[in-house]
Structure formats: structure tokens, C-alpha cells
Design a protein around this ligand. Structure first.
Ligand code: ADP
Ligand code: MG
Length: 328
């Protein structure tokens, strides 16, 4: 088939031009029927995860392609971070409405820049026409028995979170017209939504320190709920300790609650650790150059509770952002 125009390449040209790079750690990368990876050293496990982004569900049409490339890999690296795994290789499956280089070039640039920062290699994938969708599978390594799991939280543990919460959701609410922000505040929360920084170094530093961990993709209350269910415990969160940007802290209280607790797209790490590990957690955070906040306590009694600034404690539904629901 002829190439219709200079700006539109065929499938194989597109792969060759943007997604074929020499591999260093992998034995064989893009171009054959399979990629070949050296098996991990004895005593190591593979850590494997996949995440899909669909236009209209996970991002809005018209988002900058470079940011979309970044985010598609970032959300996957975030899953490796939550397990305390070292990133190794990834596969990229793309559905594109057309082979438009004006889209693919910056998309690949954003994606591969983040890949290089985390020393993770693109070793293969699949490319097809269709409504825009991006599915990435990441492969990492973790010492056997040391992966951070959702099931490890114990009553009496501290609960911790990295970074600040709720800015990504605030950007979504601003886009929906539910919040009005000054231009520079809007730009800052949009960065939080579109350019999340996966906490890989923190996840690695928390191995042997944290009891349980999860990355926050669907909101604090819901994702904490997954940890509580898997660990068969409950929790008390201290509202005043939940880290917020000055932009979010200036919003009305109900919107703050919706963004911080309901949230979505934070891609921070939520983890539990014994109270005896407080200095160990701080050292891990320093090593990873990420701020962490102690936000509550794991309790034996099931359910999620929040302590408000007036000391009142109330139950809070541990509900996640649901991509099948119209409202999150
Ligand atoms: P197959 O016919 O076996 O599915 P393809 O023709 O789809 O193979 O892909 C050819 C090669 O290009 C394979 O090595 C595949 O892993 C790689 N590939 C295809 N699409 C992508 C992509 N979006 N990113 C990286 N590698 C890709
Ligand atoms: Mg294929």
C-alpha cells in the first residue's frame, strides 16, 4: 500500500521510526515476534502489571500528546512503585485513529523521556487503527518475599502518603466547571493531572520498612479501602494531616473533601508502617527526595473513619472512582 502523505506513515514505518530503539538490558527488543529478556537472578520475582488509558474515560480529547505519552507510562510505573519493584521493560499497545505523526512524534517523546529517566526499555507492543487507546504492560523485578502488598497492614500501623493529594481531581473539577481557578493555579493542577511523577524510588526505599502499600489512582478513600479489605482491618484518617496544595486548601471545604478523599489520578503512594519505623520511613522519603505525611492509623475495627478539625469522628465510605459510573 502506498504511503498516502508525508505526514501519515504506515504501521510498520511508524513503529520503526518512533518505537524501535536499541535495547541495552533486553536480549532482543522491537522487531521480531517476541522480545527476549534475560531471566531475573535467582531469588528475584518478576513484577508485572498493565494499565489502559482510553480517550474520554481516562483523558480528554485534545490533551497534549507529549503529556499523554508521559502519563500512559507513569500510571504503569506507579504500579511497580507500589510493589517496590525495579522497572525493567515495557510493552506498548496503541490504537490510533490515524498514523498522524503530529500526534505520534510528541507522544513518543513524552513516553520515552520518562522511560529513560526510569531506565525502563520499550521492547515491543502492538499497533492498530481505532479509537485512541493506549495499553502499556510493565515488567519489573523484586526480591522474592519483599514486594509491598495491599494485604500487609496491621492494626496499630501508621498510615502515610507521599506528595500532596487532590490536585488532579481539582483540575478535573475545573474542567467540568465546578471550580474556578486563577490561570497559574489551573496550570499547576493540570500538571498534577497530566504529568504525574511515579514514586518508584520511594517504593524501592520502603521495601523492608512498610507493611503494605498501594498507589493512589482512584482516590484515597477507595484505594485505602482496598488495603483495608485485603488486610482485614479498618482505619482512622486525620483530616488536618492530609497533605494539600495551597491551591486546593483555598477551595471550599466540600470540594476539598471531594478532591482529597474522593480524588482520583493522584499517583502518590499510600502505605502503612509500624510506629517503630517512623524514622525509617523518613529516611526512605529523604533518600527518594519525596515528602511524606503521616495521615492516620490502622485500626482493628473494620471501616474507614475521619477525624475532623473539631475532633468529631465520622464514618466515611471507602468508595473508589468508578470508570463505569458517570460521576466519580
Ligand atoms: P505481530 O504481527 O507479530 O503482532 P507486529 O507486526 O504487530 O507483530 O509488530 C512488529 C514488531 O513491532 C513486534 O516486535 C512488536 O512487538 C513491535 N511493535 C508493534 N507495535 C509497537 C508499539 N506500539 N511499540 C513498540 N513496539 C511495537
Ligand atoms: Mg501485532
Amino acid at each position: 500500500m502506498d504511503t498516502p502523505a508525508a505526514a501519515s506513515l504506515g504501521e510498520f514505518d511508524l513503529i520503526a521510526k518512533y518505537f524501535s530503539r536499541p535495547v541495552r538490558r533486553a536480549v532482543l527488543g522491537v522487531g521480531d515476534d517476541c522480545a527476549l529478556l534475560e531471566a531475573p537472578a535467582p531469588g528475584m520475582h518478576w513484577a508485572v502489571s498493565t494499565d489502559m488509558l482510553v480517550e474520554g474515560r481516562h483523558f480528554v480529547a485534545g490533551v497534549a500528546p507529549e503529556r499523554l505519552g508521559h502519563k500512559a507510562l507513569a500510571v504503569n510505573l506507579s504500579d511497580l512503585a507500589a510493589c517496590g519493584a525495579t522497572p525493567r521493560a515495557f510493552l506498548l499497545s496503541l490504537a490510533l485513529p490515524c498514523a498522524d505523526e503530529a500526534f505520534v512524534e510528541p507522544f513518543a517523546a513524552g513516553l520515552l523521556a520518562l522511560a529513560d529517566r526510569h531506565a525502563i526499555e520499550l521492547v515491543g507492543g502492538d499497533t492498530t487503527g481505532g479509537a485512541l487507546a493506549i495499553c502499556i504492560t510493565v515488567i519489573g523485578e523484586v526480591p522474592a518475599g519483599q514486594a509491598l502488598l495491599r494485604s500487609g497492614a496491621r492494626a496499630g500501623d501508621d498510615l502515610w502518603v507521599s506528595g500532596v493529594l487532590g490536585d488532579a481531581r481539582l483540575a478535573l473539577e475545573a474542567w467540568r466547571g465546578a471550580a474556578a481557578l486563577a490561570a497559574d493555579d489551573l496550570a499547576a493542577v493540570q500538571r498534577a493531572l497530566e504529568l504525574p511523577q511515579p514514586r518508584v524510588a520511594l517504593g524501592l526505599a520502603l521495601r523492608g520498612v512498610a507493611h503494605a502499600a498501594i498507589d493512589l489512582s482512584d482516590g484515597l478513600a477507595g484505594d485505602l479501602g482496598h488495603v483495608l479489605a485485603r488486610s482485614r482491618v479498618g482505619a482512622l484518617l486525620d483530616w488536618s494531616a492530609l497533605p494539600r496544595s495551597s491551591t486546593l486548601a483555598a477551595q471550599p471545604q466540600p470540594l476539598q473533601q471531594q478532591c482529597v478523599l474522593g480524588g482520583g489520578d493522584d499517583y502518590e503512594l499510600l502505605f502503612s508502617a509500624p510506629t517503630s519505623a517512623r524514622s525509617g520511613v523518613q529516611k526512605a522519603a529523604d533518600r527518594a527526595a519525596v515528602a511524606v505525611s503521616r495521615i492516620g492509623t490502622v485500626q482493628a475495627e473494620a471501616g474507614l473513619r475521619v477525624r475532623w478539625p473539631d475532633d468529631r469522628v465520622s464514618a466515611w465510605a471507602a468508595r473508589s472512582f468508578d470508570h463505569f459510573a458517570s460521576e466519580g
